[in-house]
Unconditional design. Sequence first.
Length: 732
Amino acid sequence: MKYTIASLMVLATVSLAAIQSNAPAGKLEIATLSTDAALVTGGDVLVKVAAPAGVSPQAIKVMVGSRDVSGGFRQMNDHAIEGLVTGLTNGKNTITASGPKGLQGSLEVTNYPITGPVISGPWEQPFICQTDMFVLPDGSKLGAPLDANCSARTVVQYVYLPTGAPADARSPFKPLPSTANLPADVAKTTTTSGTTVNFIVRIETGTMNRGIYQNAILFDPTVDQPPTPFTTPKGWNHRLVAFHGSGCPSGWNIQGGALGVPILDRARLAEGYAIFENTLNHPTNSCNAFLAGETTMMGKEHFIETFGVPTYTLTTGGSGGAYTSLQVADAFPGLFDGVDIRATFPDAFAIANSGLDAHLITHFLENTSAKNWSETQVKAISGYHGLKALIDAANQAQRTDPVPNREDIEGYQSARWNAVVPEKLRYNPGSNPKGARPTVFDVARNIYGVNPTTGAALRPWDNTGVQYGLNALNAGIITTDQFLYLNEVIGGIDQDSNYTTTRAVGDANAIKRMYQAGLNLGANGGLKSIPILDNATSNEAGGYHYGWFHFALRERVRQANGGSSDNMVMWRAISGDVGPKLLEKWIVAYKADASNDPQRVKVLRAKPKEAVDGCYDKSTPPQFIPDALPFSSQPVSKCSELYPVYSNPRHEAGGPLAANVIKCQLKPIDASDYKVTFTPADMTRLKKIFASGVCDWSKPGVNQVPVVTWASFGPSPKNLVFSLNGPTSSTR
């Protein structure tokens, strides 16, 4: 079962109109406001009880089992009461409500430990705790873990911005020496709500889901009441931001000793935003976007149960933080109301996929018979700007390679590990074949499944039927003999990323679950109905942050919306704070729409007129140029002249720009598909190379299914897709 927009009323982003609606005549309605009733964590949950018109909410009694919790509820309007229900036991709990004239209502909630897991499947093992490395705002450390689950104490500290702190200061905040008396140099700030308060920030640090979390909010301990969902700090503008980090290589088997982005964002906090994040939302610590989604779910729940329901929640990040933002927003609709990204990738697999293709090409070029290929020919088959860009892309295959110290092309670093993981725990095919495997596949083994013989995650990567260099052949840049030779010897990789003479065959069921979990971004879940701002920074000459990834994202959004990407704005070159301000304007406008129209309709109706694709020129100051942003390395428009964008090997093999076909469907070879003429001998050779057929890019990929929103991989049975430990347990 998939979530609908209507069913998301039980999530933390439930609309104000829904909160204020009264129950149907003859019954009391109970709903959770901080998270889904089936996915509660930490033993508490924010609950609303709505009564029919004419019934006083003050007369409602609320119970959890045989325990009366009515004293924790307060009247919110003429028809509803809300309360933070605490003391839930792990497992199922029944909340009941009763009122005058025999009115009754009940709701079953399922509570999970704050250590998790809830929906991400069995814990990653081994797992290295790092609470003793985590630095608190006052410079002290969080301390040694309290248990094997990497739990730590919860710490609340305060910092303040001193008057006269330079705008460009790296660490402008100071620890607040006392919560009773304020220093004379406390600065003030005026929020987006027009409220002027002392610039004092409350930072809470603790652990959940085995990660280290922090949240930060303007809070003056000398005037603000202790936080509850009903006594919000004066300085909070009721907007919430989730920060995500960056990276991916080495993001396995660790808790993380630091967040990906410092929590004390001066600009956001000054405006009144609250911020939350977790070490497991930093791909350098954990390169598993599904686990990041579960962690975000738990983090937002905890924030709401501490401070109340935000008006909206924004997610932001660059590079690995960009794809984490996108994947969480898509797979878990309702957690985020808008996406602000830069240095964008659709997902981590897109990097690995193109990296493996590029790696095979660089391996091919080392072949003696390929050394006479020209640079123009190499660029044509790879699609990249040049040889450096190709090599930089190829080196990203290292995130799929668990074998240490592999000698390969310059700059290649196989088996990337964080130094805190002991050598004795690490995989080595010779000395430790049962060790932990440092790859993007093994970190998400709960989704892909496991090979029972080797213990390695099943791999989705596939290049069967891919005609490398097809576009170059049809353009006359390479000869038929070069095309045939390239595809004869290109080969594939095995589960240890060793080269093989045969093409790689991805596991079909692992591929299906990858789509279902959103590890390959479908953009057909939550992203269909929220604004997306892509500040499309890229570096075409090298560094692997290439422009085509941005265009692949836009193409996936278009595919998910019948050819429209109207809820996404893509800009070439960074925009400073212009982009974020535009996105905020857009979100505020659509969230204020109280109509019963579908959310996507509201989003498109509220879209500001200046929210159009385009680029910034290179003048001082830069000027914006509206432009459709065609995918081209040629100057077909002003923006493509200023910011040409190059391609990738799979696209140059005829694959879709969206780069979302993991394993292609095959078709028989047809001479009419080529713009060159093969001799009979060449055709015989071609049919031998592709004995099973070639990719039919006009069709969806094998097992290319939509994302299953709010999916589970255990232990939660709700929307259970697959489980390594349970009734659906299977290696295939």
